[in-house]
Design a protein around this ligand. Structure first.
Ligand code: BG6
Length: 500
């Protein structure tokens, strides 16, 4: 993939907007600390947290120590590394809407440049609720922050959700482009930072044997699953406006579709890769030959593993009459020469029996079933499963003769597991993505046209749902694989969901 490990990032200061929020505690600061542990953080580097709550540098450092202790990938904390790392952390109590606070931030940044020799390079990270993005972007752009030193760079990382439909995504793109050029904008989709997701392109394009069969001639269908056993937790009020379609499908799942289906790029550069992904997204269409092509569900009370789980409408922050979907299954088609007629079934939901994400490619049956008639046995199709998480690896299912004098055939699995093949732990997605941004490599970030094209596909779904001609919300018991209608949906095509 991108050459992060061969390059060393420039000196810089990262400004985290939303510095006392959940994302900062769970992901950002632990990722920075781990980059430091692995020796990837530039020597001249600092962080300044920008948020409303009153804190001093010292109290912020103490809080971040606890966050790293709890959420770091590497454990226990290396006290010597932490002691130095903590000195790079600073805090500025601020109001996102107050222009004076951006001027004060600029002064602090100049002091930090002096103290840490960070050369005026700035990485702004928007980790606030999305409602605050336009205000923050405008204040950065209108303040002295944008009058940067000669030769210094400024980049901005924007967390998802990037808009809530096509119109709002366009507005946010237009607004952001007023102050930042596209190549300065890094729209994050943390799935792209996962090793197994990056490996999709390596698997496809660094090996000669798969590409010739990676098309409608050999592939019967593709199933992509992102299943979670957790519920919405404390994020009920955000989630209720999003639903699984905005939370997971628009970004993570459509990215998985794009990486699975794209053509080989002409080179491994940010624009070449993203050009190919955009082409796939443009060719996507929800199949509406049966109903509206979607099955929507919402979890009711149930049991996940051994624990009792309350229903979605009993969750904190969720209105009792909510009709937001926490499960969605959808059949999409890709109208291009490689994929015409090959359905991609995608499904995602919360409070399913387990956390598992995979892409499964099911190949067509052999043209002549030499063995099935005589043996009266069901031969299963070959399936290649790219296991994204948690059991990272790739497996290929094929039929094999059961040893013995009979001619019995049984499916067997050829398995590759990251854990046993590589002796190195995978970095967290945020480590990879923050490092790439510091390096100025946007290959694993989404471009404006990519985000807009993904939204335009979903706008057609929203239109059908809003017009009342769409699928209904079906209730499913927490701890089950979604509503029964989802099984009927795929069965109607003579197929079934994979048992995971
Ligand atoms: C986030 C969603 O983008 O992805 C969450 O907002 C979801 O609702 C999470 O739980 C899943 O990420 P992962 O890495 O655990 O699969």
């Amino acid at each position: 993939m991108a050459a992060s490990t061969n390059r060393y990032p420039d000196a810089c200061t990262m400004v985290i907007f939303g510095a006392s929020g959940d994302l900062t505690n769970r992901k950002l600061i632990p990722a920075l600390y781990n980059l430091d542990v692995d020796g990837f953080l530039p020597k001249n580097f600092a962080v300044i947290g920008f948020a409303r709550k009153p804190k001093t540098d010292e109290s912020y450092r103490a809080e971040m120590y606890e966050a790293v202790k709890e959420f770091s990938r590497t454990k226990p904390i290396d006290e010597a590394i932490w002691a130095e790392f903590a000195q790079r952390l600073h805090y500025a109590q601020s109001d996102y809407g107050n222009p004076d606070d951006y001027e004060k931030l600029n002064e602090r940044l100049r002091e930090i440049d002096g103290a840490h020799d960070t050369k005026g390079n700035r990485l702004y990270y928007l980790a606030t609720p999305p409602e605050a993005y336009p205000t923050i972007i405008e204040h950065i752009g209108e303040s002295s922050l944008c009058k940067n030193f000669e030769g210094a760079w400024a980049r901005i990382i924007v967390e998802k959700p990037f808009g809530h439909d096509l119109a709002s995504a366009r507005d946010l793109n237009t607004h952001t482009h007023k102050y930042f050029r596209e190549e300065q904008i890094y729209r994050i989709d943390h799935y792209l930072g996962k090793e197994t997701v990056q490996n999709i392109l390596v698997f496809r394009f660094a090996n000669g044997i798969y590409e010739p069969i990676w098309n409608r001639r050999y592939i019967d269908h593709v199933q992509i699953t992102v299943a979670e056993d957790i519920g919405v937790g404390s994020r009920g009020s955000y989630y209720d406006h999003a639903g699984v379609i905005r939370d997971i499908i628009q970004n993570h799942m459509l990215q998985l579709v794009a990486l699975t289906a794209m053509e080989p790029p002409v080179e491994f550069s940010a624009d070449a890769v993203r050009n190919e992904k955009v082409k796939v997204l443009k060719a996507l269409r929800v199949d509406t030959t049966r109903g509206d092509g979607t099955i929507r569900g919402q979890y009711g009370p149930g049991k996940v593993g051994k624990s009792l789980a309350q229903g979605y409408t009993q969750e904190e922050g969720v209105p009792p009459e909510s009709t937001t979907e926490t499960y969605l299954a959808m059949k999409v088609l890709i109208d291009n020469w490689r994929w015409a007629g090959v359905p991609f079934y995608i499904r995602s939901g919360k409070r399913l029996p387990k956390r598992v994400s995979e892409i499964a490619i099911t190949f067509k049956m052999p043209p002549l079933l030499l063995f099935s008639d005589t043996m009266g046995q069901q031969i299963e199709p070959n399936t290649l499963a790219l296991n994204i998480q948690p059991d990272e690896g790739i497996s290929l299912k094929f039929g094999s003769k059961v040893p013995g004098s009979g001619e019995n055939i049984r499916p067997v699995i050829m398995d590759f597991k990251y854990g046993t093949s590589f002796d190195v732990p995978a970095p967290d997605a945020y480590e990879r993505l923050i490092l790439d941004c510091m390096l100025g490599d946007s290959t694993l970030f989404t471009r404006s046209d990519e985000v807009e094209t993904a939204w335009s596909l979903l706008d057609s779904v929203f239109d059908r749902w809003n017009s009342g001609s769409g699928s209904f919300i079906e209730l499913y018991r927490a701890g089950t694989w979604g509503p029964k209608q989802a099984d009927d949906f795929i069965k109607a095509d003579g197929r079934q969901w994979r048992v995971l």
